[in-house]
Design a protein. Structure first.
Length: 227
């Protein structure tokens, strides 16, 4: 099995979920005491969040490219970036290393089946900017994002609660309502497009299929590691 390099820390709560899912998936497939040979490099989310908030995406790309190079030097044979939002700078990472990079949008789109019009929950950057939407469009998938003020609510819960290890019942109820409105607008499924959202809601909270981008990203990484 190839050694998987994980660029984490955005937030550490979601990185811990990646690590758990990764090892559970390897054990499920291989059995016994098997776990995933992996390296986790944790960046400081405070630094990344500042770069996001101030629109300094090129600097953020340089930071994550450096993390990828460090993982490669440590023996990583493929790279997973443990966040949806920072796939905005995926090209900076792929340009920096010569090992495979597993893109979370590709991994998610591959498992959407017949669903062509899909709701998306994520950070404001993911919901509003083109990088996620355009890549999904290449797979023939149209994204539906919440209207305001729902986008602000979804974003604020991520940054003010989930990335600070707070899971509030009131926010779960609010997310249910947001997802219901996406379904009313024609969404055939809803992507949890931020790695922390899976800490808050799941399939029981929505009338259409809920697509966990984190789990699908991990599964795609394991597929490649075992190939």
């Amino acid at each position: 099995m190839r050694t998987i390099g994980l660029i984490g820390g955005m937030s550490w709560e979601s990185s811990a979920e990646y690590y758990r899912l990764l090892n559970e998936e390897v054990r499920r497939r291989l059995g016994g005491h098997h776990c995933a040979p992996s390296l986790l490099l944790t960046v400081d989310f405070a630094e990344v969040e500042l770069l996001q908030r101030t629109g300094r995406w090129a600097e953020a790309g340089e930071l994550l490219a450096g993390a990828a190079r460090a993982l490669l030097a440590g023996g990583a044979e493929l790279i997973l970036l443990c966040t949806n939002t920072m796939h905005k700078v995926a090209d900076a990472i792929t340009d920096a290393v010569d090992v495979p990079f597993v893109h979370i949008v590709d991994a998610t789109a591959a498992k959407l089946g017949p669903h062509r019009k899909v709701g998306l929950l994520g950070t404001r950057f993911t919901m509003e900017q083109d990088f996620y939407r355009d890549r999904m469009r290449r797979h023939g998938i149209e994204l539906v994002v919440p209207d305001e003020p729902d986008r602000t609510l979804v974003h604020d819960v991520i940054y003010q609660e989930l990335t600070r290890n707070r899971v509030e019942p009131s926010s779960r109820a609010a997310y249910r309502e947001v997802m219901a409105r996406l379904v009313e607008r024609g969404a055939e499924a809803v992507i949890l497009g931020c790695t922390e959202i899976t800490l808050l809601v799941d399939q029981s909270d929505c009338a259409v299929p809920v697509v966990d981008s984190t789990r699908l990203h991990v599964e795609a990484g394991v597929d490649l590691a075992l190939s």
